[in-house]
Design a protein around this ligand. Structure first.
Ligand SMILES: [Mn+2]
Length: 319
């Protein structure tokens, strides 16, 4: 999905920081989820000698009323079920999702990383309420009435997640597709006047306990977990390793509400130790770079990603 579709931050060579009005306009991904278009893409990937292991994130246009408990909830659950069936038929084994109303927000940007490389971070919580017609940082209804989405409790949000998992996991199991939950980014209890679900490491356990089984899994984001005010990143990696579908590799300095994203080898997390723990746990899922600071060159974001990927690959080969 193109997060930045028609948004003011489209086509910039960096991560978005958001401007309160969303990153872009939802609803451009329908074609992507069709079986024939996935099979075509898979063929290209396989022809390059690679495997397609996972897809990340649903389009807010397809599930805004599941997140918001709105009138189209049941219809949208059927849309997501069909996406999952198609993903299974295409032979892709994981869908990552982030069950969040505010999505990724409260970001600031600055020369936070080594060599004054530009990166993102957080310097306080964004308390602006979310306008109607927007969820997960994207506009799904530009003609929505004025006003803001209603405030709800944490328990209400957990109930919405339970409905989502209860409906989708049986379909996912039949399709052979694991659902993998990203923790909150940033991991704070409330942001933009909306509650969060997984903002301490132990809260992942509640999500797993809702429907135990091998299709209810985690998208383990090292950066977000390290930013949490409680817990220990190494213990959490050990504790959850058997439930992780894939891991976002990213490093940070600090914790919420004030942290900075830095290069993979310079932050609070000892990535070498993480790889060692994963080997010890015989983890066989996917490792992928998450976000990185920008390099001072053409393709600054992609160069940063390549740096992280090379670092990870070398660690896997040598540890
Ligand atoms: Mn992540």
């Amino acid at each position: 999905m193109d997060y930045f579709n028609k948004g003011s931050q489209k086509d910039i060579n960096n991560q978005p920081i958001g401007n309160g009005q969303g990153w872009g306009i939802a609803g451009q991904s329908a074609r992507f989820w069709e079986l024939d278009s996935m099979l075509r893409l898979k063929k290209e990937i396989n022809a390059a000698g690679l495997e397609w292991e996972a897809i990340e994130n649903f389009d807010p246009a397809d599930w805004h009323d599941i997140l918001l408990d709105g009138p189209k909830k049941k219809k949208q659950i059927e849309i997501l079920k069909q996406h999952i069936r198609n993903v299974g038929k295409a032979g892709i084994r994981v869908i990552g999702y982030n069950f969040s109303l505010a999505g990724v927000c409260s970001r600031v940007t600055g020369p936070f990383a080594r060599g004054s490389a530009v990166s993102v971070g957080m310097d306080g919580v964004d308390h602006r309420p979310i306008p109607n017609g927007m969820v997960w940082n994207m506009i799904y209804d530009a003609a929505a009435d004025d006003g803001f989405i209603p405030a709800i409790s944490h328990e209400e949000l957990w109930q919405r997640l339970e409905y989502f998992l209860g409906e989708l996991l049986p379909v996912a199991e039949e399709a052979g597709v694991k659902l993998a939950a990203h923790p909150d980014d940033p991991p704070v209890p409330v942001v933009r006047n909306t509650p969060r679900l997984v903002y301490q490491p132990y809260m992942y356990q509640r999500l797993l306990d809702i429907y135990p089984g091998k299709y209810n899994t985690l998208e383990f984001c090292l950066g977000s977990l390290s930013e949490m005010t409680e817990g220990d990143i190494y213990e959490a990696t050990r504790q959850y390793a058997d439930h992780i579908s894939y891991i976002h590799f990213r490093n940070v300095i600090g914790k919420v509400p004030a942290y900075k994203e830095v290069f993979i080898d310079e932050g609070d997390i000892n990535i070498i130790e993480i790889i060692r723990i994963l080997k010890e746990k015989q983890f066989n899922g996917v490792l992928i770079p998450d976000h990185t600071p920008q390099m001072s060159c053409e393709g600054s974001w992609y160069a940063g990603m390549a740096y992280a990927l090379g670092y990870m690959k070398a660690l896997i080969q040598t540890s």
